[in-house]
Design a protein. Structure first.
Length: 271
């Protein structure tokens, strides 16, 4: 791997869950910081693909506030042209870095895999950190249950960064105001593996809003137990399974009345 790497970072604005204002996504911000650990920020190619003008320059200011001084806004006409436009723009880069998934819409995280296939690059997913070791790139990968795995890459590759990767850069309003957003038209080309399909990594999409459905309330009584009792229930000690009442006597109406009284006593029904 060359000493002077040609690195591209894919970015996409996220939306605040309450105000719906544009903000930096956790995965994409971590991807940008990881890229800065390998190359100075001014030498990085920062790219955001906007489908049908869904993203404005102001939406990328949160990334400029983190130190992304020059961001390229790639205009793409339709989802079908998204993957070919990105593949054409990223051809020839030593490293392409993006987040595992964007924070919005379906956020399926498929675009990193489809883009790696289109560019014919090996993909390292769930990356936490990366550093140069000799002529290779050593990558630490996130695994469940606190496990980690080291990978070594000796050629061009695509890195998909995990949301738990380090993020220490602070927001600076002066950097946000000074950042430059360059507009560029996506190159037309043949379809490579189909359209974007809602991959959601490093690209923008049209936002839609709908009312949040109420989460169903579990039909379970709230029991006031001591810590000792809860501990016994967790470890299966003496008295762990005790509680409640078993009704064997009486007809069906009397048994149903016992159940109804229990639900009323614990506020699970209001009739």
């Amino acid at each position: 791997m060359n000493d002077n790497l040609k690195i591209a970072v894919l970015l996409a604005p996220a939306r605040h869950p309450l105000s719906a204002r544009a903000q930096a996504g956790a995965c994409d911000a971590a991807a940008f910081e990881l890229a800065c650990s390998l190359q100075p920020a001014e030498q990085l190619t920062l790219l955001c693909a906007s489908v049908d003008g869904a993203i404005a320059a102001a939406d990328l200011r949160p990334y400029a506030a983190l130190g992304a001084a020059n961001i390229e806004l790639l205009a793409v006409a339709g989802d079908a042209a998204l993957l070919p436009a990105l593949a054409a723009r990223l051809d020839g880069f030593d490293l392409v870095i993006c987040g595992m998934r964007s924070e919005g819409q379906a956020a399926s995280g498929l675009l990193a895999y489809r883009l790696a296939e289109a560019l014919e690059l090996p993909l390292a997913s769930d990356v936490l950190e990366a550093r140069r070791v000799g002529g290779a790139l050593r990558v630490r990968q996130f695994l469940p249950k606190g496990l980690r795995r080291l990978l070594e890459l000796d050629g061009p590759a695509l890195l998909a960064v995990h949301a738990r990767a380090p993020r220490t850069r602070q927001y600076a309003y002066a950097r946000a105001a000074a950042g430059r957003i360059a507009h560029r038209a996506g190159a037309a080309g043949s379809i490579l593996g189909g359209g974007g399909g809602g991959g959601g990594v490093g690209v923008g999409a049209v936002w839609s809003y709908e009312a949040l459905t109420r989460r169903p309330r579990p039909l379970k009584a709230a029991l006031a137990q001591s810590g000792h009792t809860r501990m016994l229930g967790a470890i299966g000690g003496d008295g762990a399974g005790k509680g409640g009442e078993v009704v064997k006597q009486g007809n069906a109406v009397e048994k149903a009345q016992v159940l109804l009284d229990y639900l009323r006593d614990h506020g699970l029904v209001n009739f």
